[in-house]
Design a protein around this ligand. Structure first.
Ligand SMILES: NC(=O)c1ccc[n+]([C@@H]2O[C@H](COP(=O)([O-])OP(=O)(O)OC[C@H]3O[C@@H](n4cnc5c(N)ncnc54)[C@H](O)[C@@H]3O)[C@@H](O)[C@H]2O)c1
Length: 299
């Protein structure tokens, strides 16, 4: 006879708010939640994308156009009924504008922090009272490997994602034992428009072609495979439904071991292969070694 793996003494969520729901990972998260009878208030600046999602998912998907760069729009969203009644909040909206720090534009810094840090914190504040009252709630924040360590040209993105991790850790202390749990999912590169755009934007700055930059970025991932959107969707669904309460405060690396490898300071030929000869020459020069580098030999 089959036995339940988990004691189901926690409520089953029925309503989620998912930001960035028009595309990529969050679109797939919305799909999985809806397939599991959880209605979704899908928030995005991309109205056409939301409409397509609504056509796909039907009435279980409630589209809500909102520009999360706009403080007033966030305030208005925070007062929408579905936000007050949400069992689950997925803070998934994000964007990446690569720029070296001396070249960043004020507005890009502000916008990035608004979308990926300010909006999650404000929405979190507005879902929490209802969650505490009902004794159940899940807040799931989409961070990134760049919320765990830095990356070239990703200052604003990485700062926002590190902030999201810090906010998660603080909130976890407060909601422990209340039935509400907060966690972060930190994916490596995932096959989405955000990742594809990175090839284009960074290629120009790195003096590479788009396919070359794509190969470099993919080459950084252990195993050289990108995360699939369904993998993150499955993880988020589990966090929203079956994950035990002790998962509160968890920062979950969905990255094939990349973050732990970096934390343990492992270096490998694979990492070197992601660098151009000019990059390697620069690294060597920074420690006082002058060398001509033509390439990295295959293992
Ligand atoms: N793709 C990756 O490699 C990767 C890796 C780690 C983490 N992430 C994170 O996962 C999340 C989803 O990203 P994705 O890869 O699916 O990208 P995506 O570009 O497919 O989706 C991001 C969504 O956010 C929305 N968005 C952007 N600016 C907005 C704004 N001002 N207001 C409202 N919505 C806005 C976009 O319209 C889009 O629908 C992001 O938080 C991203 O940082 C992505």
């Amino acid at each position: 006879m089959a036995t339940a793996l988990l004691p189901r003494d926690q409520p089953t969520p029925s309503l989620a708010v998912v930001t960035g729901a028009a595309s990529g990972i969050n679109l797939d998260i919305s799909r999985v939640l809806i397939e599991n009878d959880i209605r979704v208030l899908g928030v995005d600046v991309n109205g056409d994308g939301l409409k397509e999602a609504a056509d796909l998912f039907g009435t279980a998907f409630i589209p809500h156009v909102c520009d999360l760069r706009d403080r007033q729009a966030i305030a208005d969203l925070a007062h929408v009924r579905e936000v007050r009644e949400a069992d689950v909040l997925v803070n998934g909206a994000g964007r990446l504008v690569p720029a070296e720090q001396h070249e960043t534009k004020d507005q890009d810094v502000i916008d990035g922090l608004m979308i990926m840090l300010y909006a999650p914190m404000i929405l979190g504040r507005h879902v929490l009272p209802g969650m505490y009252e009902r004794g159940f709630g899940r807040i799931i924040n989409l961070a990134s490997i760049y919320g765990m360590f830095g990356g070239w040209g990703k200052g604003e993105y990485s700062a926002a994602k590190h902030g999201l991790v810090g906010w998660t850790e603080c909130l976890a202390q407060e909601c422990a034992g209340t039935g509400v749990a907060v966690s972060c999912v930190s994916p490596a590169h995932a096959d989405t428009p955000l990742f594809d755009q990175q090839f284009v934007d960074e290629a120009v700055k790195a003096g590479q072609t788009t396919p070359q930059r794509g190969a470099v970025l993919r080459g950084q991932i252990p195993g050289h495979v990108a995360v699939q959107t369904w993998e993150i969707a499955a993880l988020v669904h589990w966090l929203a439904t079956d994950a035990p309460p002790c998962m509160n405060g968890s920062i979950i690396n969905a990255d094939f071991g990349w973050t732990r490898g970096v934390q343990r300071n492992t270096t490998s030929l694979d990492v070197l292969r992601t660098l151009s000869p000019a990059d390697i020459k620069g690294v060597l020069a920074s420690v006082g070694v002058t060398a001509e580098v033509t390439g990295v030999a295959a293992r």
